[in-house]
Design a protein around this ligand. Structure first.
Ligand code: GDP
Length: 228
């Protein structure tokens, strides 16, 4: 069901060490022109408003300030970038499905998001947060379509799993897996998390850390083979 048991101690430790590093706020973008240049690799977090994104980001990074920065007035409709020693960029995408958002706002956000997803060579994975109580909803479909169209790998992360019994969790995980089976860019593994009970946090860190360690400095890639 969840890849919870599929991680070695070494991978869990790599995740812990990476996320214990110094996260800093890099910038916020409200237009394509203001997107920062890519550096290292990046992972993004998306989900409908109230899905538990701030709580999960806090639990992963151990920094309340990151989510607080994203949630300051004016920033909630922007793409917020946080970096970790230039090795990994954490990107907080604005929550969608907010009932009070105007049509103009939704259209501006959609254009920015589509351009970001289509143009971001450094983006390795989008964590698509879904409330475990509700599962995938119609409101999640436009983003999933955008991710599939852009060919950006995304992974479902079920949040607030503490609100469900073990049996309910098995059912929702199965239903979610079936729903994404034919989605071209959806990763088949589903992460089960609870920021409240700290469930699945170490495992999600380990998954994301694997992208940071996979990063090969461009100087190495570009270096010509030296004659022996
Ligand atoms: P965001 O709008 O997606 O950033 O969501 P928040 O992180 O602000 O969380 C929305 C609500 O869900 C808040 O009342 C949180 O306390 C609650 N919440 C978030 N994560 C969890 C969790 O793991 N378990 C439970 N039971 N509640 C949670």
């Amino acid at each position: 069901m969840s890849p919870e048991n599929d991680f070695s101690d070494t991978e869990i430790e790599a995740g812990r060490r990476l996320f214990a590093g110094e996260w800093g706020f890099l910038s916020a973008a409200s237009s394509v022109a203001s997107l920062p240049p890519g550096q290292g690799l990046e992972v993004a977090f998306a989900g409908r408003s109230n899905v538990g994104k701030s709580s999960l980001v806090n639990a992963l990074t151990g920094r309340r300030t990151l989510a607080r920065i994203s949630n300051t007035p004016g920033r909630t409709r922007q793409i917020n970038f946080f970096d970790l020693d230039t090795r990994l960029m954490l990107v907080d995408l604005p929550g969608y499905g907010y009932a009070k958002a105007s049509k103009t706002e939704v259209s501006r956000w959609t254009t920015l998001l589509r351009r970001y997803l289509q143009s971001r060579a450094t983006l390795r994975r989008v964590c698509l947060l879904i409330d475990a109580r509700h599962g995938l909803k119609d409101v999640d479909q436009p983003l999933m379509r955008m991710l599939d169209d852009a060919g950006v790998s995304y992974q479902i992360v079920l949040t607030k799993t503490d609100k469900l019994s073990a049996g309910e969790l098995v059912l929702i995980a199965e239903r979610t897996r079936a729903a994404i089976a034919s989605r071209p860019a959806a990763h088949p593994e589903i992460h089960l998390t609870s920021a409240l009970k700290r469930r699945g946090i170490a495992e999600l860190r380990a998954t994301l850390a694997s992208f940071a360690t996979l990063a090969i400095p461009s100087s190495i890639v570009a270096a010509p083979l030296s004659p022996r």
